[in-house]
Every structure is written in C-alpha cells, then in structure tokens.
Design a protein around this ligand. Structure first.
Ligand code: ADP
Ligand code: MG
Length: 492
C-alpha cells in the first residue's frame, strides 16, 4: 500500500534520541589503560578491564569533569552525590558480565539544547528547544569483529571500559530534520568543549532513535520503536523518514506497532526488525559495590565553570554585535571552534571584518574541502590573511585572482611575505589615482570624436576606451578603479 501525502499529514512524528558520546580522555573510565583507537587488538587491556577476580575499578576524575562540562553547556542540574550501578548481562564483548553505568542516577539531570533547523538547502531556519531527560556516565563494551567469510567472531577489548556519556532527550523531536540538527548541535558542542571529535562515521558519536507516530491532536504517545545502526546524521534522518511512513501505513491498515528494536539498512534506506523488546527488565541493576559514591562539591563546579570555553551560541551572538556580521556569516564561522578563533585573530589585525568572513566562508573553506583538510590546518596564518585582505580591499589585487593564485601560492610557502609573493607572481594591479588618471586623460584626448559621441549618449563607447586604456598601461591595472576614473573623465 502506498500512502498519500494527505493521510501522512494527518499524523505527527514523535522522536526521542539516545546519543552515546565517546569521551576523549587519556585513559579509560575505571582503569589506567590507554583510551585509544587504532592500536593492535587487545593491547590496552589491563586486568581491571578484563574483569579479573580481585581487581577493583577506580573512577577517572577527568571523565567526570567532561560529563559535567557537557551538563553545564546543556543547562542541566548537576547531581552532587553520585553512584554507579551494575547492569548485568552476558555478551562476549563484556568480560565482567556487567556494565558499570549510571542509568538510574545520572550525573546531569534535565536541561535542554536549542537547535537551528533547516529544510533542505534553505537559508531559513527555525529554532527549536529539545529538552534533555539526562546525561549519564557509563563504560563502553568491547568490539565484536566478524571477518568476511569466516565462521567465527573475533573480540577486541581495547574499547571495553572506554568512557561514554549517554544523552537522552525527551520525546520532543517532530521532524526528521530536527533529529539531524540536534546531532549537528551536539557534534559542534563536544568539539568546542574538547571532549570528543564528534565523528559519527567512526563511531565516536552513536545514536539510537526512538520513533512513534500519533494522529495529530492526540495527547497520548504512540507505541515506539527503537532504531539502531545509523552511522551518520544523514542516515538518522533517512531512517526516521522511512519509519514514519512505515508506521502510518501499518496503522492505516488497522494493524498495531510492535515494540521492537529495528536496524537501519543504508543500501535500501529501510528499517528491519532485529528483536522484539523485552518488556520485563531483566538486567538486575544494583549499586556497584566496588566504587565509593563520588561527590561533586561547590568548589568543583566553580572550577569547571570557570574553565568553560565560550560556546558557539554565545560566540555567534558576539560575532554579530562586535563585527557587524550577518547572522548567516556568524553561524558559518562558529561551526568549528578553530575557524572562529582564527577569524578573531585576523580581526585583531584588520578592520575589514566582513571581507575576512568572506575569505573564510569562500576560498579558504573551498581550499580546505578540496584538500581534505579541517579548520585546524589553515593554508595561511592570521597575519597573512590580514595582508591579503588589505591588498584586495585597496584594489591592489582583484579578489578572484587572489582567491585562485595567491592563496594556492601561500599554502605552499607558509613563511612567505604576502606582498612579495604577489609581486613575484605579477598579481599586483595599479589602482593609484595619481598613476591612472594621467593615463586615462591621455587616451580620452587621443579620441576627441568618440569622447564627444559618448557625451551625447553613445555610452557603449566606454568599452572601446577601456580597451585602449588597458593596452596603453605599462602594468596591470585595477579594472574597477579604471572604469570609475574613465567615466569621471568622459562625463566632465
Ligand atoms: P525505555 O524505558 O524503553 O528505555 P524511556 O522512557 O527510557 O524508554 O525513553 C527512551 C527514549 O525514548 C527517550 O529518548 C524518550 O524520549 C523516547 N521515547 C519514549 N517514549 C517515546 C514515544 N512514545 N515515542 C518516541 N520516543 C519516545
Ligand atoms: Mg530507558
């Protein structure tokens, strides 16, 4: 059954997201093993990680601090008295037979994130507040590796005991685009805070989506389904789009929604049932007896608060105020912390703020994209960019020439003097009135008839005059400036 837009529009989508963020601490959450990926399998595995009898977990203070930072950035209440639970289950990648988690007593409670949502490529957006239920700390499990064509599974425990925060939203999301925007907001935030690289493709940020539908106007929530296995923001959006239509179709056929876990298949864009959800809680939660409760003091909170960096939303506000940037520019420049910092460094050296913004959003961004680089690998230094902007703003070099040739040259010579490079490449153009004016007056004097015709209204002759000026000029000249002066001379 294919379902019409009219029927779909009678239903409302309801989504709550559970996001796991892998914290980038040096060591694991309860052991001194390196918290590092890409090492040979099973090399970062101490007896604590392996759950050997008689070993005791020790809480990593850096991890707690990272969770609190995220909680403060999300306007959460920070719990002062904290414990961990054991969540018991058996799986080969879980050597202890239980996961240490805070599911029932999260370190951060409540809170919210305001997100900017766009439809497609539209520049228009709306702001939506997504309430958080909680952020809690827990340890990751190891990884099961399934070699292709093999009839066995390999276990790599390097990830076992890696620190995670899990962020759980209230069911506030109403559009697939809002889910993607929420994830983008978290990615930006964790990168600003320096607690995770936010890379979903590599698994440092993972998302499960709880999806239900209900007839518009209904207050009661519909039966939810949990979708796993989406490794990009785009795929989270696709999975939710698919699931909305699937659930509405079932309801329209008079069927009910099964409580189940479903997997997203990237190739087909569909979701598939993986397992029905156990309604009974069989994890036998109980407080972890090997960890003493930990207390967050006023002094801890004050210290962490004082060390918080400026967050993207505040920075975006300030960029509009302090540098008179359009909102769009401020949003693009604060997307990555490195870009925002770089922008401010350049703005210490020049007053052409909008020009600096244009450079960063245009040629520099393209250069980084084309070369597979990120904002921490800028092709030029702040002072070089300030000089480049000075040259283009004065008309000594045209923007397009500078964007193409000068930028490429500077990317290869990070130490170079901008003016010297520009001169060597013969990019400098004359824009000085004192030099250009006599030249232009000379040309106009050479063609008195044409000058008279121009004055009478044959304005097209400007092209001919311009051509003659260019031909006569001994150096490159600034066409904008020349055009302006030529018109002045001809009109006078
Ligand atoms: P469970 O007990 O199944 O784990 P929770 O109440 O803990 O469910 O919620 C888990 C996530 O599912 C939260 O993000 C929550 O917002 C979301 N959620 C709960 N009920 C619904 C629903 N009916 N539709 C969509 N999302 C929901
Ligand atoms: Mg739950």
């Amino acid at each position: 059954m294919s379902i019409s837009e009219t029927v779909l529009s009678q239903y409302e989508l309801v989504v709550g997201l559970e996001v796991h963020v892998q914290l980038s601490s040096q060591s694991k959450i309860f052991a001194a093993d390196a918290n590092r990926f890409g090492d040979a399998p099973n090399t970062n595995v101490s007896v604590i990680t392996l759950g050997h009898p008689g070993t005791l977990p020790m809480l990593n203070a850096a991890v707690v601090e990272m969770a609190i930072k995220m909680g403060l950035a999300c306007h959460c209440d920070i719990s002062r008295y904290n414990i961990f639970d054991r969540k018991n289950y058996f799986y080969p990648d879980l050597p202890k037979g239980f996961q240490i988690t805070q599911e029932k007593t999260p370190i951060c409670k409540g809170g919210y994130l305001d997100i900017r949502v766009r439809k497609g490529n539209s520049k228009n957006y709306w702001i939506k507040r997504i309430r958080l239920n909680r952020i809690h700390l827990e340890e990751d499990a190891g990884k099961s590796v399934h070699p292709p064509d093999a009839d066995y599974t390999q276990i790599d425990l390097n990830r076992a005991g890696a620190p995670l925060i899990e962020m759980v939203t209230e069911p506030d999301i109403r559009q697939p685009e809002e889910a993607a925007a929420y994830l983008a907001t978290i990615r930006r935030l964790v990168r600003y805070l320096g607690i995770c690289d936010g890379n979903m493709e590599e698994g440092s940020m993972r998302c499960d989506a709880n999806v239900s539908v209900r007839k518009k106007g209904n207050i009661r929530l519909g039966q939810k389904v949990e979708i796993k296995n989406m490794n990009s923001m785009r795929n989270v959006q696709r999975a939710i789009e698919y699931e909305f239509v699937r659930q509405v179709t079932l309801l329209e056929q008079g069927e009910s929604i099964q409580a189940e876990t479903r997997l997203f298949d990237v190739a087909s864009g569909r979701t598939f049932a993986m397992r029905t959800k156990e309604t009974l809680n069989d994890y036998r939660y109980f407080p972890e007896p090997d960890l003493a409760p930990f207390v967050v003091t006023d002094a801890d909170l004050a210290r962490i608060q004082a060390a918080m960096p400026q967050l993207p939303e505040a920075l975006m506000e300030r960029f509009q105020q302090q540098y008179q940037l359009p909102e769009y520019d401020a949003a693009v420049l604060t997307e990555e912390r490195e870009t925002a910092l770089f922008f401010e460094q350049v703005c210490q050296l020049t007053k052409h703020y909008k020009a600096v913004s244009n450079w960063l959003m245009g040629p520099i961004k393209s250069y980084l994209n084309e070369n597979g680089k990120t904002a921490d690998a800028m092709p030029l230094t702040p002072s070089q960019l300030a000089e480049v902007v000075a040259l283009t703003e004065s008309g000594a070099i045209s923007f397009s020439v500078a964007a193409k040739e000068l930028l490429a040259a500077l990317a290869y010579c990070p130490e170079a003097q901008v003016k010297e490079v520009a001169r060597n490449l013969n990019l400098i153009q004359e824009s000085n009135t004192d030099v250009l004016l006599p030249l232009i007056e000379g040309i106009v004097a050479k063609f008195p008839q044409e000058a008279a015709a121009y004055k009478k209204g044959k304005k097209k002759l400007i092209g001919m005059f311009m051509g003659e000026v260019m031909k006569a000029a001994p150096v490159k000249i600034d066409p904008k400036k020349a055009d302006e002066l030529l018109r002045q001379v001809l009109e006078s």
